[in-house]
Design a protein around this ligand. Structure first.
Ligand code: FES
Length: 147
């Protein structure tokens, strides 16, 4: 399996690891098939994502994608944050091997779960944001052998 230099860099030196104590939104998602779990903390002020941190009990690609996803979301408005899809994260990392694509979905879902938490706490609706699921494997069409 071949990983890009960017994936290796974000795996070896992950950015934004940790937690934000007074986070505006926190999201935790997992994938029951691979057993990986990701937690994202967002600090949002005046509609801007001022800070983002994550913790993951997951594979190397889960570390790299959450590192990149938290880098991408910092400084964004909430609507801009919604454009950070798993594809955008993968592109920023110069790609992932096909069997690791689901790891980037976990990163996207964790961001969305944190945004959802923020929206609920503040009584707002974020356009295009769906209620997060705790276990993303229920919604995936990935064949078993890809894990
Ligand atoms: Fe499941 Fe990477 S997140 S193997």
């Amino acid at each position: 399996m071949q990983y890009s230099e960017k994936v290796m860099d974000h795996f070896m030196n992950p950015r934004n690891v940790g937690e934000i104590e007074d986070a505006s939104g926190v999201g935790t998602v997992g994938n029951a098939k691979c057993g990986d779990i990701m937690k994202v903390y967002l600090k949002i002020e005046n509609g801007i994502v001022e800070d983002a941190k994550f913790k993951t009990f997951g594979c190397g690609a889960a570390v790299a994608t959450s590192s990149m996803a938290t880098e991408l979301i910092k400084g964004k408005t909430i609507q801009e944050a919604m454009t950070i899809t798993n594809k955008a994260v993968m592109e920023a990392l110069d790609g992932l091997p096909p069997i690791k694509v689901h790891c980037s979905c976990l990163a996207e879902e964790a961001l969305h779960a944190a945004l959802w938490d923020y929206a609920e706490k503040n009584g707002i609706v974020i356009e295009g944001l769906k209620k997060p699921v705790n276990d993303i494997s229920e919604h995936e069409e990935v064949p078993e052998e890809d894990y």
